[in-house]
Design a protein around this ligand. Sequence first.
Ligand SMILES: [Zn+2]
Length: 254
Amino acid sequence: MQVFSTPAILLRRMDYGDFDVIITFFTLKSGKLTLIAKSAKKSTRRFAGILELFSILDLVAGSGRGKGMPVLQEAVLKQPFSGIRSDFKKTAYASYWAELIYNWMEDNFKQDALYFLFAHVLSELDSGQTTAAALNILFQMRFLSLSGHRPHLAACSQCHRELENIPQAKIILDLQRGGILCGDCSSRCTSRLSLLKGTIKQLLWVEDGNLAKATRMKFSAPALQESTHFLEEFVSYHLGRQPRSLKFLRQIRD
Ligand SMILES: [Zn+2]
């Protein structure tokens, strides 16, 4: 049997039969990974109370010779993040981020930058240091870049005129082209999505560079609102459908 160990964030869990639980982790070493935890459902001894959503664990798993699912051997809880699970709004945000990773990431494909981003936003959400709405912008902007769907915000998606050289303050976004359009190129565009130039600059600022600094970015209420609307539309469009957890999040937040 091959045994491996890795830090991991619990993305999804599902009861399997009378005793077992199937768990999908986002791991540091192998990206998205689905394991079976035997006797985890009934037993109070094995993994008692630690296999909870969004927790960070150090896990040890073994894969047999066959094609069966790897089996969870040991798990040590590192960050319980119980502040998220005890708050239904925070849970809704974390569920949305977890669904994006679950639906968009390939199995067994290492994505360490995304792992550290997800761990960071969960930690901030748990402690309440940063508002959930600001973390949602940070996560989505960086997630889009890391998953190869980076929105083109620095220049017109059609004629490549740079943002600085676009005179309009209100700038149209075309979801199909995946970015902004200058005044000339947007005249026949029917898109109703737009962002203020100042908001676009803030989004470009949180997209890369130091994560701690980007986390401290202060968005004004209107910038927060239009960024949120834009990013959630952009994500749903490029994912091909609206994530279920996003629908729920939109219903329950203020
Ligand atoms: Zn243009």
